[in-house]
Design a protein. Sequence first.
Length: 87
Amino acid sequence: MSLESTNFPGYFLRHRDFALYVERDDGSTLFDGDASFHRRSGLAAIAGLSLESQNFPAGTVRHRDGLLHLETVSSSADRDSATFHLE
């Protein structure tokens, strides 16, 4: 799955250098991989969801210091910061 901006069509959430950005799709295979995620059950709460990178399977989207990062998850604090709830 990919996450496209509703405010800026054609812009997607993608990872680059283990940080996440909203960028315009450049049509490259690399962009497609960087902007594709597997939706998983929430790591800290089953009602939530977690996102695993398609082209970097050890990487899970986490929030830290007000930003999104692609990192491995190993502790309960990591699982909490890698679980999101859609509204």
